[in-house]
Design a protein around this ligand. Sequence first.
Ligand code: ATP
Ligand code: MG
Length: 437
Amino acid sequence: MANKSKFQAIKGTRDLLPPETELWTRVEQTARSVFGTFGFGEIRPPIFEPTELFARSIGLDTDVVSKEMYSFQDRDDSSVSLRPEATASVCRAYIEHGMHSLPAPVKLYYLGPMFRRERPQKGRYRQFYQIGAEVLETIQPGQTDAKSLDKDAAVDAEVIEMVMTFFARLGLEGLQLEINSIGHSAPECRRGYVELLRAELEKVKDQLGPDSQRRIETNPLRVLDSKLESEQALIAALPRIGDHLCEACSMQYAEVKRQLALRGVPFQENWRLVRGLDYYMRTTFEITARGLGSQNAVCGGGRYDGLVELLGGLPTKGIGFAIGEDRLILSLQEAGKADAPKGRDVYIAWMGAGVMPTAIRAAQALRNAGFRVELPPAEQKFGKSLGQADRLGSRYALILGEDEVASGQWTLKTLADGTQAKLSESELIQVLSASRG
Ligand code: ATP
Ligand code: MG
């Protein structure tokens, strides 16, 4: 009989199913545990927020805000949007809950679905999952800059170290960490560089594609992001921001590199790694993984000292990152690091009208001891039970018939080699616990 649903998951969304979901759970548990060791606590912001929050923080002339958000009118006619990322929400929550009065810095992590109306392809979905973290610290009046630059660099390096520790804990190999500094938005620093870049781009304008041509006006830094083959040689010849940082930014960048080395975190510099928004400053980083084709960025992050203030809060430093969990999972699968499906530990093959109470009691005892147990809801022939036990990938079958109930000696069959042992209930738990290793 055909089994065709009238409905299918919406394009760009998908069902995550067992056994793959076990890998998702392992990834998320590992994140919680590693981030916990760095002193981060979990925040769970809502999945939708005022559209204006994202428009302000991500920027109106980004693809995300201009065409990728799922927005709708709420009952009160206000416009709300499904979150395309979570940094804006975390900053909003930081302000809303007065977290600047908590012991600084405030270290928060989150995980959950994000939504962007993009063209779906491998590693790119409309509902995708991110694991991210933010470190926020409201600037104390009178804080001296020189000392705090070194402190910021250490915070940046520790955040990056945390991501790399998380990936290492998962057994992910072949990662590449790229870092850059984009300075700060002052005439003697990034603004000066952007003017220079704009002037150089004007000179080669007619050799650039339409996207880059447009960006010369709106956001010249973003031209450096271009993946267009025909633009690569032109871009390679452009002036580099590293040569135009102000003294403070350049010292801070040197300190980030020293701090990373101190922590044993290998990195590569990439002068083309940019963020197109004004409140992004200094450290930016990206991590790529193998086996993902062109969607190979698994983590992006950077410092955003101006964002909280832009959203109405006090001047506050911020650094954070977002990991693409879907791509992380794909990469683990490609590398053969996905978990083997976990079948059952024990399948209870029971038969006989009077046997059910014993079968239920056995299932309860085994589950309380932490074993994965399958208890068929109705009696069935032993042959059928053993076949099912096999299909479910069970390690053992516990055979319970009237004889076993009468004698109190239960039969445990090891399915791999067919051997059997007679055991009392308490011996059974002992034997199974020992075999768990
Ligand atoms: P990309 O250049 O790949 O579009 P991005 O710059 O838009 O990435 P960020 O907004 O920095 O990405 O998000 C951080 C991470 O989230 C990315 O490195 C990526 O792993 C993941 N990510 C972003 N968009 C998607 C998507 N549509 N589907 C799956 N993962 C995504
Ligand atoms: Mg994108």
